[in-house]
Design a binder for this molecule. Sequence first.
Ligand SMILES: [Zn+2]
Length: 349
Amino acid sequence: MWLAVPARSGRGILDRLKSGVVLGAEGYVFELERRGYIKAGPYVPEVVLDFPDALRELHREFLRAGAGVMVALTYYAHRGKLKDVGRENDLEAMNRQAVRIANEVAREGDALVAGDICNTWAYDPKNKDASSKVVRAMYEEQLSWAVEEGIDFVIAETNDYLGEALIALEVIKGLKLPAMVTLASTRPHQTWDGYDYVDACKILADHGADIVGMNCDRGPATMMPIIEQVRSRVSGYVAMQPVPYKTEAAMPTFESLKTVDGTNVFPIALEPFLCTRFEMADYARRAQALGVNYIGVCCGGSPHYVRAMAEALGRTVPSSKYSPAIELHPVIGTRVEEKEKEFLVDWKG
Ligand SMILES: [Zn+2]
């Protein structure tokens, strides 16, 4: 029998959402791959055991940038994925250590800790009963360790199938923890088991998910129209965690982005499509205006985006101390002043 550790400040995720937007920050796997601690391809978070300081540092950077939640890096730390890289024996140690590290850093501020589960690649709607049992067992073992180490709520993310998301939700609710369940959106309008994304969010909310929405795959431009519909259909809390890439109607997901010569750029040549921090700040403002409650970023995310988003929401965060002061730049700063002077002269006629 496990007992949930109380929330850090006594205020859990639902209390915090009640009083305002909660800023999320994800993209740990992509960022730690760029930093040389995770292998692209399998994307198993081996960094948790092999370079815990690297993980600690990234958590700290997100915390300083204003993230209100430290998401334990247990994404893909499940039985199926660890088998792929021959580390099945490290499963429990990896899961426990990820949650421990998230807790350590969360206590340096006032962040909550989220346990994290995701699509397992084991769910098969054609073999629903048997595959559901396998998926459920994977979620139960991951979350039993997370609960023992201490979490405030659970994020079940990048769900391709509504069926798999509902299993995650049941397991979370069985632990009596708040559940945030978000869908992947690699296909145009529907989950892999054929539910319209908006309907799927509604079904999750009706089954007791406290926060529903979408994460990953789409940039702000192509995720926003779906989230707008989710917001109008769901009365509870809505989450949105897009990837910081310039997706568009013709290429709505980062998996579908191509250069002008038709080369696929996913997953390790995406840089030409990165949003600027200003575009991410603008997204945060628009999401807030729409009534989105949990506003974050997914794969490709990094601390400078989170700080820009926090500041766009009117917050001053620890790393705001080093926010840009371009007017003090020796060259560009002067140019700005000159331009301003020219503008003032023009304007005054
Ligand atoms: Zn992602």
